[in-house]
Design a protein around this ligand. Sequence first.
Ligand code: HEC
Length: 224
Amino acid sequence: MFTGFIDTARADGDPDRGRKAFLQCLSCHSARPDLHKTGPSLATVAGRKAATVEGFGRYSDALKASGLVWSDEKLDAWMLDPRGLVPGTSMNIPGIKSTSDRRDIIAFLKAVKAEQSAERSPAPSNESGGSMMMGDRPMPDLEALGPERQVASLTYCRGTYHVRTVAGQVQKIWEFNLRFKSDSSDKGPMAGKPVIIPKGMRGDRFFVIFAQPSEISPFIENRC
Ligand code: HEC
């Protein structure tokens, strides 16, 4: 088939190619209904009114007031230039220039949506954005991690954190390489039982994740 004249994303895309093109979105979005990241889950976004995904509390006022409905055309315009379509949106990406990528992503989002409505199953496929990609939850279920990941104590001394795990190991981490996070979802750690997760390939960076932000400061002891 000669496709040289197709220059909008309205023609039918390929959901499988779209799954790969969706990697460009995965740092901020998942295609799992239960996982919001920087941006909302996109599992049910196709055809939906903008800024109405349940459980996502970080929409900009601009998107909430936009009155948009996510048709193919609007999704296309959005991916190409989010701030052009909705000035004031907090989705700050330069835009997806490839027409075929946009077309394929739209096909993928529609396929994911169709799957959701067909199954209503709580166990969506892992490939649809649930894998351990950057920006994703570092672990599927923080509550279930073993003693070598559970933090027993955390002390701070002159630029170094000493993290002692329940299993008894002590990790010394430069303060710039340790980040604190909270995860209040039902996948997060238990109250008062933060967990440590290695981050990146080099082995020198970590997250400590708490159930609630209010736990963070009281947990850290200043001691040399
Ligand atoms: C740097 C992070 C980031 C990236 C990358 C990103 N987004 Fe977003 N996206 C956001 C944020 C934040 C919002 C919420 C925008 C707002 O409220 O103004 C959003 C909102 C959306 C919405 C509207 C959701 C709704 O409920 O109305 C869609 C659709 C969307 N993004 C699609 C995509 C697609 C497709 C990609 C990949 C091509 C992508 N985004 C890449 C951060 C991102």
